[in-house]
Design a protein around this ligand. Sequence first.
Ligand SMILES: *[C@@H]1O[C@H](CO)[C@@H](O)[C@H](O)[C@H]1NC(C)=O
Ligand SMILES: *[C@@H]1O[C@H](CO)[C@@H](O)[C@H](O)[C@H]1NC(C)=O
Ligand SMILES: *[C@@H]1O[C@H](CO)[C@@H](O)[C@H](O)[C@H]1NC(C)=O
Length: 396
Amino acid sequence: MPMLKTQSTSLPNVNPKLIVSDQAKTNMGGCVSFYTAQLLLIFLAVSSSVVNCCPPSERAALLAFKAALHEPYLGIFNSWTGNDCCHNWYGVSCDQETHRVADINLRGESEDPIFQRAHRTGYMTGYISPAVCKLTRLSSFTLADWKGITGEIPRCISSIPFLRILDLIGNKLSGDIPPDIGRLHRLAVLNIADNNISGAIPPSIANLSSLMHLDLRNNRISGPIPGSVGRLRMMSRALLSRNQISGTIPSSISMIYRLADLDLSMNQISGMIPASLGKMAVLATLNLDFNKLSGPIPASLMNSGISNLNLSRNMLEGKIPDVFGPRSYFTAIDLAYNKLSGPIPRTLSAASYIGHLDFSHNYLCGRIPDGSPFDHLEASSFAYNKCLCGKPLRAC
Ligand SMILES: *[C@@H]1O[C@H](CO)[C@@H](O)[C@H](O)[C@H]1NC(C)=O
Ligand SMILES: *[C@@H]1O[C@H](CO)[C@@H](O)[C@H](O)[C@H]1NC(C)=O
Ligand SMILES: *[C@@H]1O[C@H](CO)[C@@H](O)[C@H](O)[C@H]1NC(C)=O
């Protein structure tokens, strides 16, 4: 749409009072208010149509969204008045060119002056109105850390075609993940952690081909991880801990070659750990603790790029693979509370770094090797085993 020129130089014969002032221009961020535009149209006989910043239908959708929520302490919605939702509506911003609502960014924990003045974090009740789905150019929707918002994630959310960020962390949302969430093919961030979401992970999630960051932590999600998650080739963080997820770890996960952080801890996951996890290019953190995993620890995990490995509180058995080497660099390796037997591997002294180590509460037996990785470890790292001896435990 053609924008009206607002410089007096380009409109030499017009009464300057009818020209949008610089002050007004700044307030409107480049949009021309309908009233001023009409005056200009009359005086200049410009035949083009003029953009009003907030389309009335989007304003109506935002007001319906606001009406379903109750925010008693900060007054963040007090600014949601007047016609132009694109300017000075707290947390709302519009696309510069289309003048359609592009972002809703409402965080209950923020450095914003509105929070500092109130000396508190946010609290909000109510629910997410499906009216938000009428904002069809919405790219980012954040309604995070308000603690008291209940109800479900509106199903229609999966029909907002340009959505890139969906961040609803830290509320009390219940119900399940919309089954056709996979339609959001631009979605890069899906964060619904710290809610009360139940049901299974919908298989359509594997269709989120732009997904980079998945955070479902601390909900009541059950059922298996869909076997096709390996199709999420852009994903770098997958955080699913503290749910009731069952089934096995799909080996297709190891095809996600950008995955750096995989957290499946505190679930009901069973079966064996796929050895292919140790072959992943950039996997640095692997947390599988507090599940029902069984079988041996794959040797590949011990000399991979993984630097933060937590396999504690499972039912893993067999020996700790004796394949540590210069590639083994662990800020933390926690194998406690399993059924591991045999000796502490000799090659562990060849690891380039071991920060925190916990092999306690297993059935290990034999002499603890000497060497620099062991110098700083305490007895608690080896406590409650079958018959370990040597420094830092009692002499053999
Ligand atoms: C979580 O949701 C269930 C219904 O799905 C409800 O019974 C329960 O009270 C909710 N828990 C919390 C803490 O809101
Ligand atoms: C994934 O997308 C394809 C193509 O749009 C579709 O045919 C398929 O049903 C989708 N898969 C799921 C599980 O939704
Ligand atoms: C590993 O997981 C267990 C159980 O969830 C937890 O208690 C422990 O602190 C974790 N270890 C490390 C090193 O973070």
